[in-house]
Design a protein around this ligand. Structure first.
Ligand code: HH2
Length: 275
């Protein structure tokens, strides 16, 4: 999943693709690089970010979705937590709604997704982008995240969303300390056991910056390491800025992991980082 941020203030590429034409070009370039899905976002969710009014968010994302829909059959996802944005982009041909709020604030979004028969990403976040990094605490981060997403999956179903349409995301960096992010990435099997594909967004995130003491533009190797281990730990979809590098890394990782999966059980070894 390649990231197309139509925002002035995203943490790593804010302002680069605010013009709809440039954003659509960026999306098409990411497909050339190997993306199967594009995720178009009009509101930064970086820690401390202010919410964006719906009319402004719509003004940013709708022209980009229209332009991309006219230019590619690739799956189009839109990163939004607002039902009215979801309705407009689904009408314009978007395939997936990526809701970092997991429809806690706006359950109408679930009705929109259900009515369109669209895909839905439900992500775990503690609090809101404004508050999430203010002293987050967990007793057991993995079981809390899994329980939360299991519950949101049930709520989505209650609003008519087909379970097969749902993708689950542990929300790396969303109300988590460094050790929480690492613990989640060390094993996603509990989450995968809910039976839905797992999406992971590690791209250029600050936990990598903390380990490497590096700025967002200088986090590619760290992103690749985290993404490959996420794949080995059970992730199915990687949300990334640097599609070419991550696609190549993922193809090699997948080839190795496919060998592991097809070996007879007696010859299979648990990866060292599995718990
Ligand atoms: N991370 C970001 C935004 N949306 N959606 C999902 N499902 N999972 C994620 O991990 C995720 C997400 C933050 O990254 P980015 O879009 O690069 O930054 P910003 O929120 O500042 O626009």
């Amino acid at each position: 999943m390649g990231i197309v941020n139509v925002t002035p203030d995203s943490f790593s590429d804010g302002g680069l693709y605010l013009d709809p034409g440039r954003a659509a070009e960026r999306g098409l370039a990411l497909i050339e690089e190997g993306a199967d899905i594009l995720d178009v976002g009009g509101e930064s969710t970086r820690p401390g970010a202010d919410p964006v009014p719906a009319d402004e968010e719509l003004r940013r994302v709708l022209p980009v979705v229209r332009a991309l829909r006219g230019a590619t059959p690739a799956l189009l996802s839109v990163d939004t937590s607002k039902a009215e944005i979801a309705r407009a982009v689904l009408d314009a041909g978007a395939d997936i709604i990526n809701d970092v709020d997991a429809a806690r604030l706006d359950t109408e979004l679930l009705r929109r997704v259900a009515a369109a028969g669209a895909g839905l990403v439900l992500m775990h976040m503690k609090g809101t982008p404004r508050t999430m990094q203010v002293n987050p605490q967990y007793r057991d981060v993995r079981s809390e995240v899994t329980a939360f997403l299991g519950e949101r999956l049930t709520v989505a179903q209650a609003y008519g969303v087909a379970p097969e349409a749902v993708i689950l995301d542990p929300g790396i960096g969303f109300g988590k300390r460094l050790e929480d992010n690492l613990m989640l990435l060390r094993g996603l099997d509990d989450l995968a056991a809910l039976g839905r594909p797992v999406l992971v967004g590690v791209s250029r995130k600050s936990f990598i910056g903390k380990i490497l003491n590096a700025q967002p533009q200088d986090r590619l190797e760290g992103t690749i390491a985290a993404a490959v281990l996420a794949l080995a730990g059970g992730a199915h979809i990687l949300r990334v800025h640097d599609v070419r590098a991550l696609k190549r890394a993922a193809l090699v990782a997948d080839a190795i992991l496919a060998g592991e999966a097809s070996a007879p059980p007696s010859e299979r070894r648990e990866p060292r980082y599995a718990q």
